[in-house]
Design a protein around this ligand. Structure first.
Ligand code: HEM
Length: 485
């Protein structure tokens, strides 16, 4: 019955019982993008694939994606996300049902515009530190920009969302960031391999990797536990050992409630959140809040280095809006005024979406209607993978789709909103979207104002390490600009 339901959709030959295991076995984090691109060219943007008895719908089709992502019904994440479960628990990224609803409701106000406005001060200060830390690199030599950007993103998420300064940029090494790097690389193998997704098979066939995974997760949990304890202590000190919400500061303004404060003070079903529940949200936001923006910023700086004319146009806008005075803090109003910078960021997120694919498991039948495939039903139990990377490079939607052309985002978008979805869309979209956009604007404006980015080193080679990364790193050169010295 399931085969009949999707017989109208194209896809590779799937022999009975085994299905397309041969295709899956040719995929790894390095080849995934290439192999799925080839399949898309062969079978089109919407395909059905059988793997053993599992039915997978691979979609880079904006019509279908719009219907699925906008629905209030299909919100359960794909089972592959479970490989992150030991690390992120039931945090917002992985949870579903009542837990997800309750948590999303508690957390949404912590990303409200008025709170983001106060975070901009932190973006400003930490971007200044990043610009300073980059100074020794501004010598015209090739280097990888990933680490300095990653440390700045960590400082920013810790100080804003967790209310805790961790001084990652000042540190020689940051075991948490190193563990995230290694763990996401390890987990991305499990993401793509059908059998390694099963915890027992993974443990039996790869005991060393399992041991290493446990160690890395312990390092990350130790770090986030410390962040929570520190914040709890500060709150207790501030409020005379009594955790009671005090929304106003000394002069009666609304006090900034960091995400972690809200979690420490929240009650759900009449009880406070347990330590484990708080930790899984802190793990989720520390990871999602720095790894994605690091990827986005690193790709953007790399691609800008290869497009001097775009840098020039950006610089003109930056100097017009924020000027050359490094002591003047950059405000949210300044950031909102930089429209060309916004186009640059969008175009970089189109070519290099930090989250290259998202997945759902259908709990009920998904009824769709499509201009090419007509009305149909994808049966409950099927798995749905949305290929953001492939869709955003579709040449029918984006002329010269492989080229970096920020101007295509000027004067309103000429493509459907569901063709360009780096932050996903619908009820399970990215809660940190505005936060990320403001952070990126601040960092890019400050770096480009200070340094000219040079097209040095190897080009990027996209790999999927849970988020999108580059196998060759993010190489470029830098030179201090004369006009801002
Ligand atoms: C350029 C940066 C970012 C990109 C491209 C991005 C992209 C995404 C995407 C595509 C999703 C949907 C994932 C899925 O359905 O599996 C998502 C979810 C999420 N993002 Fe982001 N993200 C970014 C930055 C951030 C930041 C800065 C934070 C936190 C401060 C954050 C927190 C989250 C959380 C918690 C979710 C899960 C939301 C839910 O399911 O309710 N992200 N993000």
């Amino acid at each position: 019955e399931r085969r009949r339901a999707v017989s109208n959709l194209p896809g590779p030959m799937c022999p009975p019982l085994l299905g397309a295991l041969h295709i899956m076995s040719s995929m790894n984090p390095k080849t995934f993008i290439k192999v799925s691109g080839e399949n898309m060219r062969k079978y089109g943007p919407l395909q059905r694939v059988w793997i053993l008895n599992r039915l997978l719908i691979m979609s880079a089709d904006s019509e279908i994606n719009e219907q699925l992502l906008s629905s209030q019904e299909h919100l359960v994440k794909h089972p592959v996300y479970r490989v992150l479960g030991k690390w992120l628990g039931n945090g917002l990224l992985l949870s579903d049902g009542k837990v997800w609803h309750q948590r999303r409701k508690i957390i949404t106000p912590t990303f409200h515009f008025s709170i983001l406005e106060q975070f901009v001060e932190v973006f400003d200060q930490q971007s200044n530190v990043c610009v300073e830390r980059l100074a020794p690199r501004a010598n015209g030599q090739t280097f990888d920009v990933y680490r300095p950007v990653c440390m700045a993103a960590l400082d920013i998420i810790a100080e804003t969302a967790m209310g805790t300064k961790i001084h990652a940029q000042a540190a020689e090494s940051t075991p948490y960031a190193e563990a995230v790097n290694e763990c996401t690389a390890l987990l991305s193998w499990r993401f793509i391999s059908v059998y390694l997704q099963v915890e027992l098979l993974f443990t039996l066939t790869h005991p060393y990797m399992k041991w290493r995974q446990t160690q890395l997760i312990r390092t990350m949990h130790d770090f986030t536990t410390k962040v929570i304890e520190e914040r709890r202590r500060t709150l207790e000190e501030q409020q005379g050992s009594k955790l009671s919400p005090s929304p106003d500061d000394d002069v009666g303004r609304k006090r900034r409630m960091a995400l972690l404060d809200v979690l420490l003070l929240a009650t759900v079903d009449g009880r406070p959140l347990t330590n484990d529940e708080i930790r899984e949200e802190v793990d989720t936001f520390m990871f999602e809040g720095h790894d994605t923006t690091t990827s986005a910023l690193s790709f953007c700086l790399h691609v800008l280095a290869r497009h001097p004319q775009v840098q020039e146009k950006m610089l003109e806008e930056i100097l017009r809006v924020i000027g050359t005075d490094r002591k003047r803090p950059v405000t949210i109003r300044d950031l909102n005024e930089m429209k060309y910078l916004e186009c640059v960021i969008k175009e970089s997120l189109r070519l290099y979406p930090p989250v290259p694919l998202v997945g759902r498991k259908l709990q009920t039948d998904f009824k769709y209607s499509h201009s090419k495939y007509g009305d149909g039903v994808i049966p409950a139990g099927s798995e749905f993978l949305i290929g953001i990377y492939g869709m955003q490079r579709n040449k029918n939607e984006f002329p010269q789709s492989e080229e970096f052309i920020p101007e295509r985002h000027e004067n309103g978008e000429r493509f459907s909103p569901f063709t360009f979805i780096p932050f996903s869309a619908g009820p399970r979209n990215c809660i940190g979207q505005k936060f990320a956009q403001l952070e990126m604007k601040m960092m890019l404006a400050k770096i480009v104002r200070e340094y000219e980015l040079l097209p040095l080193g190897e080009p990027v080679e996209c790999v999927i390490n849970i988020v999108l990364r580059s196998d060759t790193g993010f190489q470029l050169g830098m030179r201090r600009r004369n006009d801002t010295q």
